[in-house]
Write a protein that binds this ligand. Structure first.
Ligand SMILES: [Zn+2]
Length: 434
């Protein structure tokens, strides 16, 4: 998100260049002097390695509540890994399908470091090593008893490493694809001001290993609530991102009600609320939240934007997307972890409504064949160990062959059956006539 200002700047500079090429004298040196760029504040922010180590240590200290898995996959020479932490108050309940399931993803864009810090804070509170102000541990335990929460602390690890190596404006993955444009709903549509440096959707829906792993995770977990956590502004978005409307009916009312409550109590009414596409000023095609809502039928699907500095220069990305001083850093983490715990507290009240989500439609069942195939190709190992995936020879091609194989099998079966019934029929005619 927060693409508007960088687009305005580019347009401005383009206009200046056109004038310059017409040899009209414009003194734009002063305007185009690069602003001083804010470096990553290492006193506040963990490195990606450190942060994942902190989370891993936390999981080791609380094996009764947390488990951690790391999944790996790759294609065409590009590999990615995804760490998923699962919380349930009692470890044995984590596969209990009667519980409300919540899936949270952080760090989908490399430059939004603050989001992964929030993931660590939420996990620390869930494991009762840190506490929210005014949180009553007894009442929160009874609330948390009803939930299973999966947290992806750093969805785009490869992109994050590029940022840590100095490219502070990078939001895409390790090979230049925007992971929040790589999902299949309205994929690949480009607006007039499309900029591949920001929104490259990839070569096909789910071309990227990170999106494939996230989709697989969402399909198997089947969450009731999904939150995609970003930064660049302060906003609470619901579907849709690819059009400027919200869905019809009850789901929309339910989502808006929750967002209004969060805005009032935890965002101090500063947050923008509404559909991502309608509120932010541009449409986004191929986003994770639209897929979760439209295809996976997740009843409550959100994108939260937890911080943005509207005063920062659009080139000064660390400052634009992340708090740079101690006070703001802590305020953001406190406010937003409180907002997430409000969701954990409020969601079970709507449990009956949102748990009654419909069964998958016919189209979704076709999607699950893909997932079956993905699962077949994956060699899984257990907790704390890496999972290897044998995907290097092109998932898309295998899917096509598999579909062709299915189709030809059905055709052969049909021909075989019709042949048998024809033979039977002619035998019956023959026996009647004889
Ligand atoms: Zn973002």
């Amino acid at each position: 998100m927060a693409l508007i200002r960088s687009r305005t700047l580019r347009l401005y500079c383009l206009t200046i260049s056109v004038f310059a090429s017409l040899r009209i004298f414009i003194n734009c040196d002063a305007d185009l002097t690069p602003p001083s760029l804010t470096p990553i504040n290492r006193d506040l922010y963990h490195s990606s390695g450190d942060l994942m180590e902190q989370i891993s240590n936390l999981v080791h200290r609380h094996p009764d509540k947390l488990i951690m898995e790391t999944i790996e996959t790759g294609n065409k020479g590009y590999n990615a890994e995804l760490t998923v932490v699962t919380y349930s108050r009692n470890r044995t309940d984590r596969d209990d399908r009667s519980k409300l399931r919540i899936l949270l993803s952080f760090g989908q864009h490399g430059r939004e470091l603050i989001t992964s810090e929030l993931a660590l804070r939420i996990l620390s509170i869930l494991s009762e090593e840190q506490f929210l102000p005014n949180m009553d541990p007894t009442s929160s335990s009874s609330v948390l008893d009803k939930l299973v929460i999966k947290v992806v602390p750093m969805e785009n690890l490869n992109g994050r490493k590029i940022v840590e190596d100095g490219d502070l404006c990078e939001r895409r993955n390790g090979r230049g694809v925007d992971l929040n444009r790589n999902w299949s709903v309205d994929w690949g549509k480009k607006e007039q001001d499309y900029d591949p440096h920001e929104e490259n959707p990839g070569t096909a829906p789910f071309s990227e290993p990170e999106s494939q792993m996230m989709r697989k995770l969402a399909l198997s977990f089947d969450p009731h609530i999904w939150v995609n956590v970003h930064s660049g502004m302060e906003a609470l978005f619901m579907p849709y991102d690819h059009k400027n409307t919200t869905p019809d009916g009850l789901p929309s009312v339910r989502m808006r009600r929750l967002l209004e409550e969060l805005n009032k109590v935890h965002c101090h009414k500063r947050c923008m609320i509404g559909s991502g596409g309608g509120s932010v000023g541009y449409l986004a095609h191929g986003t994770a939240t639209d897929y979760m809502f439209d295809v996976l039928k997740v009843p409550m699907a959100f994108t939260f934007e937890i911080y943005g500095d509207p005063e920062a220069s659009s080139k000064d990305c660390f400052k634009m997307f992340n708090p740079v001083d101690h006070t703001t850093f802590n305020r953001v983490l406190n406010d937003w972890s409180a907002a997430f715990f409000a969701i954990f507290r409020l969601a079970p009240h709507q449990r009956d409504e949102i748990q009654a989500k419909g069964s998958l439609s016919g189209m979704d069942k076709w999607i699950s064949i893909d997932e079956y195939l993905d699962g077949y190709l994956i060699e899984r190992s257990h907790r704390y160990e890496k999972k290897k995936e044998v995907l290097d020879f092109g998932m898309q091609e295998i899917r096509t062959y598999f579909r062709l194989f299915l189709l030809s099998s059905v055709l052969l079966m049909f021909m075989f059956c019709s042949r048998i019934s024809k033979n039977k029929y002619s035998r019956t005619i023959a026996s009647v006539s004889s």
